[in-house]
Design a protein around this ligand. Structure first.
Ligand SMILES: NC(=O)c1ccc[n+]([C@@H]2O[C@H](COP(=O)([O-])OP(=O)(O)OC[C@H]3O[C@@H](n4cnc5c(N)ncnc54)[C@H](O)[C@@H]3O)[C@@H](O)[C@H]2O)c1
Length: 398
């Protein structure tokens, strides 16, 4: 057991207990049974009272671990508790191309994982990406970034599937289907062998179909197989609405539902900025929000990927940041809400189809669905989107 490990970056190894920070404490002690132990052998244990962010507080106000002021204290906490608190998040990424590497880069810079392992058929590429990203880490966090094989994914809590051919100019996501579907099965069975408890996040396109395939092939509960779905489309919607209304996209609550693709549905009727409907915000800031403006924003959201692909061949920074945010929400059990894809029992009467609706994400995956209120035409568009996806899935022999 390493005695000087930083709690946020220790590896979840064979040992049941790990030391958080400090020096000279030996033995095993569980902080979740109620003790904070001083590093001095004579020290009286203090009651553990709670935790905030990366700090654990005892009744004497000592905070540990991870902060310099805790020099005289060290805390031993159980690995399961660390996992619950989000200290140990090992992330595997299959596919070290543009999307996989952008996700690794964002996760590492934001420090959302204790370690990241990149796996790719192209081993030289995975090695080079891991090396390059690990050189950015000293400027930002202490995430350990490496390349490896499936065996190195042992202990991963979250695995991102970003392997596959990317969309070519003019190609729809559904046309990608035949190129990508066949490799999914093999990847999933390798993952199941080494990390059967990991939560899987599918990013490869067509992401809704891939999510459906992964769910079926893995046999995992649908709540543990999450597709990145429309997180990117939702981000684009919030960005364009925010820009137009003069409000930070952070404060715009608006979702894109259904397929990550051509039939996606912008849920205008439930969109809010702050606590107001966007119609009221538009009236207050004195800008029109008429059909023409809405059509322009709709077009910007729906066709952003095509525009970017025409300009630079692929999209990856946006999805990379979005995947990092999903990792954070799962790793830290945040119950934060994202428009992610998941096989859903019933969407507008269409059964067992993977598509996006807003859902809260925590350490066990999807915690709950939060279907927004929709206008009749949005209900209808969502039903059509679900039917399109269902028809695609039905052509696959799953
Ligand atoms: N969900 C989204 O919003 C979103 C956004 C952009 C791209 N994508 C999708 O993400 C996927 C990856 O895109 P990209 O731009 O990174 O492509 P890329 O070609 O740059 O990278 C794909 C990587 O996957 C690897 N690979 C292929 N088969 C593999 C296998 N069986 N095992 C391990 N590795 C394998 C390749 O060697 C390659 O390095 C595509 O399907 C793309 O359409 C999704």
């Amino acid at each position: 057991m390493a005695l000087d490990a930083q709690v946020s970056f220790v590896e979840y190894g064979e040992s049941e207990y790990v030391i958080a920070k400090g020096s000279g404490v030996a033995g095993k002690q569980l902080i979740d049974t109620g003790d904070c132990r001083t590093t001095r052998p004579s020290g009286t244990p203090h009651r553990f009272t709670g935790h905030r962010e990366l700090c654990i507080f005892c009744e004497a106000g000592h905070r540990s671990p991870g902060l310099p002021s805790t020099a005289s204290h060290a805390v031993l906490i159980s690995a399961p508790l660390q996992i619950k608190m989000g200290f140990i998040v090992k992330v595997g990424i299959i596919g070290a191309g543009m999307v996989g590497s952008a996700a690794a880069y964002a996760i590492a810079l934001m420090g959302h994982a204790s370690s990241i392992v990149l796996v790719d058929l192209n081993q030289a590429l995975a090695n080079a990406q891991a090396e390059d990203i690990s050189h950015a880490v000293p400027f930002a966090s202490a995430t350990r970034v490496s390349a490896g094989s499936y065996d190195d994914l042992k202990g991963a809590r979250i695995i991102i599937l970003a392997a596959g051919a990317s969309q070519k100019p003019g190609e729809t996501r559904l046309q990608l289907l035949s190129r990508n579907a066949s490799i999914i099965g093999g990847i999933v069975s390798e993952i199941q062998r080494v990390a059967p408890d990991a939560i899987l996040i599918a990013a490869a396109n067509p992401v809704d179909i891939v999510t459906q395939i992964v769910t079926r092939v893995s046999g995992l509960p649908s709540t543990r197989v999450i597709g990145s779905g429309t997180i990117l489309d939702t981000a684009r919607f919030r960005t364009l609405l925010g820009r137009y209304l003069g409000v930070s996209p952070f404060s715009v609550h608006a979702y894109v539902l259904g397929e990550h693709g051509d039939s996606e549905v912008l849920a205008w009727s439930s969109a809010r900025a702050g606590a107001l409907t966007i119609d009221k915000v538009a009236a207050q800031v004195n800008v029109p929000l008429n059909d023409e403006v809405r059509a322009r924003i709709d077009d910007g959201v729906r066709n952003a990927a095509y525009t970017i692909i025409n300009g630079k061949g692929a999209t990856y920074f946006g999805i990379g940041a979005g995947l990092a945010r999903l990792v954070e929400a799962i790793g830290r059990n945040q119950h934060a809400v994202f428009s992610v894809s998941m096989v859903t029992e019933n969407v507008e009467g269409v059964r067992d189809v993977a598509l996006s609706i807003p859902r809260a994400l925590g350490s066990d995956g999807v915690v709950t669905d939060l279907v927004p209120e929709l206008a009749p035409e949005e209900h209808e568009a969502l039903r059509k989107s679900a039917e399109i996806l269902k028809a695609q899935v039905d052509t696959l022999e799953l």
